[in-house]
Design a protein around this ligand. Sequence first.
Ligand SMILES: [Zn+2]
Ligand SMILES: [Zn+2]
Ligand SMILES: [Zn+2]
Length: 145
Amino acid sequence: MSDLEAVSLRLEARGYRVTPPRRAVIAAVLQQAGHFSVEDLLHRCRGAGRATVFRTIRLLTELGVVCRVLLDDGSLHYRLSHRPQHHHHLVCTGCGKVQDLDDCAVSDLVRELSGSSGYEIEGHWLEFYGHCSACRSEVLAGVSS
Ligand SMILES: [Zn+2]
Ligand SMILES: [Zn+2]
Ligand SMILES: [Zn+2]
């Protein structure tokens, strides 16, 4: 079974119809090697309207097929997720590489905060920005990009 079929089946199992435009969006998402924005997807699947692209990407996020990455310029990107559960990212501001972290490192903090504030904490954002080891060694070697 192809990834496209597998994802389509998961959507259908949740009661969503996988229409041809939606299928085109899923196929475009599965072809992305790195992170991408909704605008990138709109360019890649001309047959799908803006609303369809937004709705499909939201469904894929809920299913854990893609995860959201907040870049350090404030733009929201997406990428194919290697971990269906909640996690954070290491983002290289040099080459744009994004790495999934194993799990949530601040779950204790969230519990504490919930206890002390009386809030029921439902979510949080945490991304780490910096330079990956490849970019760092380029800087050390004095190669400017
Ligand atoms: Zn890098
Ligand atoms: Zn991720
Ligand atoms: Zn977390």
